[in-house]
Design a binder for this molecule. Sequence first.
Ligand code: CTP
Length: 406
Amino acid sequence: MSSLDNKKILLGVTGGIAAYKSAVLLRALQAAGAEVRVVMTSAAQAFVTPLTFQALSGHPVYTELLDPGQEASMDHISLARWADFILVAPATADFIARVANGHANDLLSTLCLAATVPIALAPAMNQGMWLNVATQGNIETISGYGYQLWGPDEGDQACGETGPGRMLEPEALLAKVMDFFAPGPLQDVSVLLTAGGTQEPIDPVRFVGNRSSGRMGYALVEAMRDLGAEVTLISGPVSLLPPTGIEFHSIQTAQEMYAEVMARASDCNIFVAVAAVADYRPGEVAKEKIKKRNDSLSLEMVRNPDILADVSALDDAPFTVGFAAETEQVEAYAEAKRLAKGVDMIAANQVGTSEGGFESDRNALTLLWEGGRESLPMMNKSQLARQLADRIKTHYLKVENARNEN
Ligand code: CTP
């Protein structure tokens, strides 16, 4: 059985000379078992006719937004919901600019805006257009939105120039689609994560918070998702977009995070507590804004529940992973925390130094588990998250296998 059996793929074709290769791609996707529907922009139709794709796919090709005839067979929202995956190949500079700006002025851009499934773009354009700062800015923007970018390749171009901007060949694009659908090592494993900081209200306009950016947690969510896990993220307020392809719940306070986690903890296989949870909250939240009347103000703080410790203490506890941010005696304090909270693995990092930590893009971690340790050196947070996800996977599977043998 091919990894594309029963997969519904929407193939978007925009107006570049590489559009003729999309006909080969369509055939290859179908031969691998996928069900494919084609959407063309008007510029694409200047290169290849819809009839070519209709004849090859055996289905009408969608070209118009709000055309009563086409909407009758499948309206644009149903088409967006029908797909398991959207691949736009070729994706021109203009199309990339339009999705970067959230345009919905034709059928394909509207589908990209309406879709909740993963979307990959295979850029194809002149090398100067690809290298232009405007295109590069748009690429950065759409990567931040969660679009996958496949290519471009370097080499001879149809315009006679040489450089980056060629669409990846149909075989390479097919391999990427197959990779995308290939079952990951954590298939059927559910992972619950907390990330970001919590905000503990003082009055209707103020709160006690912390500097957590959520970057490490969000990067780990993506890394676990890419290993094939079903991921649920419970996140405090951060300025990051929720990763695609996961279940997402946003909370403000530690108590809300506690409730969301405990409702799901017994049903997950792995729990990773990345959040910087406030250990204390104001005992009473003033109903009205507190006015400045006196020279000093005292707040009585009360302890918040420890989410990680309580999940670890469950009878049917999942494999648990915690974080420990320490300024000194990092390993000793982290190991004490691991034992005190009954956690399977703890990821310790040094904070208060010039590099790494909450607001930085980079970090280093020391992983500690029963009878073992490993250091992951200073690197950017998304690389570090991938390495950490890999170690969590390895230790979880080891514990699971041992449990199954007994
Ligand atoms: N954690 C949690 N719930 C809390 C507090 C912390 O789940 N109420 C989790 C964090 O997500 C992290 C780990 O526990 O995985 C951090 O442990 P913690 O004891 O809170 O660290 P510190 O606050 O740094 O502890 P201390 O001040 O004692 O060093």
